[in-house]
Design a protein. Structure first.
Length: 296
């Protein structure tokens, strides 16, 4: 078991809100399945005694308030994944403000008070072009963000961004703002031969052999906690297969689906996990303790 406690995150959205599907649109009204898709994950977490952070899309919370209340009652953290799952690059600053305001009101109503402290932009869409969102998140009182993907992929990514949690700058999301109010917990990549390789979630976790994933994450744990992310629809057998995708897009959506939940089970067995807010609190406390010792 790893000594370092890592962040386990579940992006709770509908299958048809995935960006590769959203971009194309659908000819008929898609059927929701978030409640059915997340059930095996909740059972697995309960059996393993692990608590996680659920980044919930507001539309899912509005349609399934009892599900969100149940997730919260099981000890999991409820964080924000946007109201509509539209990426930041499709929103204006005013539209993001409206989404966050609507989400905050819904969160308070469904969960009987309080405010979310964590945010993850749909499709990891926080980058240099959408850095204005950092200021908006601060204004809404968010304590941390987990949207930066510190490697280039065909759809998203911020090459050169830090690998460790850091106080994100609103002027340059690749830079730390020493007194900044918003912490960034970037997605985990493995550095091999100077190349940053995504490993800890989505299609990367489903497609890579578990042994490779495990070795890479153990290497990461030598210096820092990592974050794993899972979409319930990507490990659920009932997720519909959409026609018209390219071979690469089809792989990103569906390849390794039958093995996905088993890999998550293996990670829960081989590493320690907690909700992201708790992992970040421990990280910050360690930094503060180190600073105090440094000034002693």
């Amino acid at each position: 078991m790893s000594r370092i406690v890592n962040a386990l995150t579940i992006d709770l959205e509908e299958w048809h809100q995935a960006e590769l599907i959203r971009q194309r649109g659908l000819p008929v009204q898609p059927e929701d399945q978030a409640e059915a898709a997340v059930a095996p994950i909740l059972d697995l977490l309960a059996a393993s005694g692990v608590r996680a952070t659920f980044f919930v899309v507001g539309e899912v919370m509005r349609r399934h308030p009892e599900l969100i209340r149940r997730i919260r009652s099981l000890g999991h953290e409820i964080a924000c994944h946007g109201m509509t799952h539209r990426p930041l690059w499709t929103l204006s600053e005013a539209e993001l403000e409206r989404e966050l305001g609507e989400f905050a009101e819904l969160y308070e109503r469904v969960l009987d008070g309080g405010r979310p402290v964590g945010f993850r932009a749909p499709t990891f869409s926080l980058n240099q072009d959408t850095r204005w969102a950092v200021t908006v998140l601060r204004e809404f009182g968010y304590r941390y963000d987990s949207s930066i993907f510190p490697a280039k992929t065909p759809l998203y990514g911020v090459p050169g961004a830090p690998l460790l949690p850091y106080r994100i700058s609103s002027a340059d999301v690749r830079r730390e703002e020493p007194r900044g109010a918003l912490w960034e917990f970037p997605m985990t990549v493995c550095v091999a031969g100077g190349v940053r390789l995504p490993i800890s979630g989505g299609a990367y976790l489903r497609l890579l052999p578990y042994g490779i994933v495990c070795r890479c994450l153990r290497a990461v744990n030598r210096t820092r906690p990592f974050v794993v992310y899972v979409h319930p629809w990507e490990v659920y057998a009932g997720t519909p297969k959409v026609k018209g995708l390219t071979l690469g897009e089809h792989a990103a959506m569906y390849a390794g689906r039958r093995l996905g939940l088993g890999k998550v089970r293996g990670l829960l067995r081989d590493f320690a996990f907690a909700p992201m807010a708790e992992v970040l609190d421990t990280w910050v406390a360690g930094l503060n303790s180190g600073n105090e010792r440094g000034h002693a």
